[in-house]
Write a new protein. Structure first.
Ligand SMILES: Nc1ncnc2c1ncn2[C@@H]1O[C@H](COP(=O)(O)OP(=O)(O)OP(=O)(O)O)[C@@H](O)[C@H]1O
Length: 443
């Protein structure tokens, strides 16, 4: 899927000024505004992960601009300035405090485009949404298991202690974390989600804890980390079991003392953020095997909760299916009106190893590919294969179809993550790509 990269540009030089200074911003959907006031209005309506400040006169020194940047710290701001302004201490301080990166004129456009891309990539890893734009999402379902989960969330949301959410992949752990945050007294603060397994090991320390100028090559200025950015709100650490041991020690210190050290820093920084962690691995087992600190495990699991897998709440399937059908109705083929009884029966018999994520993936594909008025089991790739069909199809075709179904199931379960699906199936990524091409399965 290609995601649109959106850029909010604040300048009084108009679109032509942006083009003259920054070159062709191909691949970016640029919104240009001429004042901080206009930028405030745009940001009240829409989320921008990256912002560009084309600043001719050093307006960054003004209180109003600083306040604005402070309020919109979830946007990664990149500044462009005239080099002769940079001797001004107040401007230098403001750049160091509020900006992700800065450039001087004449702009080296290759470097600028690189830094915009980097800012966008980092924002995608952190997936920060400002509170006023976070739409209330709900844990849908009326099964006994989901009612219990909701009742549990209601209680722990009110308490300001760490939470450890367990549950299989795709079962809704992040949604549960969002719900805890949204119902807590911190709801107006930021909710910052980080997948500890997705950030490269070399970056994770500085991303989480920030760094001080000179901490390493390229650390030209102090930078707050994501834990600091979550101050006043909650930080969601997904796949906590993937956190390297040295970072587990730093996280434990933070949980005990509510302070952190930035990388290369010698002074402590006080941070008021609630930690919500999630894992799909068995943490007590990881503790027994020495991969996860026991003291951190006990600190985190003051309030352990478990999101039930979909197979334990199959009563919710008809309701969830309807919600997904309505949510993705724009993508469906025009003649499609609903889902057949046979499809609902096949769903009830399926085990859903990829949980709700798998359900969403199967439904979305079926809604695009279905050729009749109602979704049938085969549209969901859930048609039972009986012996008669295997005999009729012959061994080669049956083998081919089993191969196709296994690939399809695995991709659905892993949310189309090729590396994970290849691991699941026990083949290399190259082999998986080849098999996908053979069976005309699009990534
Ligand atoms: N009860 C629910 N009602 C509606 N949508 C749900 C529910 N649970 C999960 N979802 C949706 O299913 C998808 C997967 O959920 P989520 O990302 O929270 O799972 P997860 O357990 O955190 O997965 P992973 O372990 O892979 O990070 C999301 O699109 C989420 O919105």
């Amino acid at each position: 899927m290609v995601s649109v990269k959106r850029l909010l540009c604040i300048t009084n030089e108009g679109n032509s000024g942006v083009r003259a200074a920054c070159g062709d911003l191909r691949g970016w959907d640029v919104c240009t505004v001429d004042s901080i006031h206009a930028a405030r209005k745009v940001l009240a309506q829409q989320h921008y992960a990256v912002g560009l400040l084309l600043d001719a006169g050093g307006s960054l020194e003004q209180d109003d601009t600083e306040r604005f940047l402070q309020q919109h710290h979830h946007v990664r701001w990149i500044g462009v300035f005239n080099a002769d302004l940079l001797h001004r201490p107040q401007l230098r301080q403001a750049i160091a405090t509020h900006l992700f990166d800065f450039h001087t004129r004449p702009v080296d456009t290759v470097r600028l485009h690189h830094s915009l891309g980097h800012a966008h990539g980092m924002a995608m890893l952190a997936r920060t949404t400002p509170p006023h734009l976070r739409s209330a999402r709900h844990i849908d379902g009326e099964s006994a298991a989901i009612r219990r989960l909701r009742a549990h969330i209601d209680k722990i949301a009110a308490v300001d202690a760490p939470v450890l959410i367990g549950g299989e992949s795709g079962s809704g752990k992040e949604l549960a974390a969002q719900e805890i945050h949204a119902q807590s007294p911190r709801a107006r603060g930021p909710f910052i989600a980080i997948n500890c397994g997705a950030i490269p090991p070399g970056l994770i320390h500085s991303e989480l804890f920030g760094y001080e100028r000179g901490a390493f090559t390229g650390a030209g200025k102090d930078k707050a980390g994501l834990i600091e950015a979550a101050s006043g709100g909650s930080i969601f650490l997904d796949e906590i079991g993937d956190l390297p041991l040295d970072l587990q020690a730093s996280l434990l210190r933070f949980l005990q003392e509510r302070t952190i050290y930035r990388v290369g820093g010698t002074r402590t920084v006080a941070v008021d953020a609630r930690v919500i962690a999630a894992t799909h691995v068995d943490l007590p087992k990881a503790v027994a095997e020495g991969r996860f600190r026991e003291d951190l495990y006990y600190r985190l699991s003051v309030f352990p909760i478990r999101v039930p897998p979909l197979r334990e709440r199959k009563d919710d399937l008809p309701m969830l299916t309807e919600i997904i059908f309505n949510k993705y109705a724009d993508e469906k083929s025009p003649q499609l009106k609903g889902i057949s009884k046979q499809a609902l029966r096949a769903m009830a018999q399926h085990d859903w190893p990829g949980n709700i994520r798998e359900l969403i993936n199967r439904m979305r594909r079926a809604m695009v590919l279905a050729e009749h008025r109602l979704i049938m089991p085969e549209d969901l790739e859930l048609a039972p294969k009986d012996d008669a069909i295997i005999l009729r199809d012959g061994l080669d075709n049956s083998r081919g179809s089993a191969e196709r179904t296994a690939i399809w199931n695995s991709l659905a379960k892993c949310g189309n993550n090729i590396s994970q699906a290849a691991r699941d199936l026990g083949v290399s990524r190259m082999t998986l790509y080849r098999l996908m091409a053979k069976h005309s399965i699009a990534p």
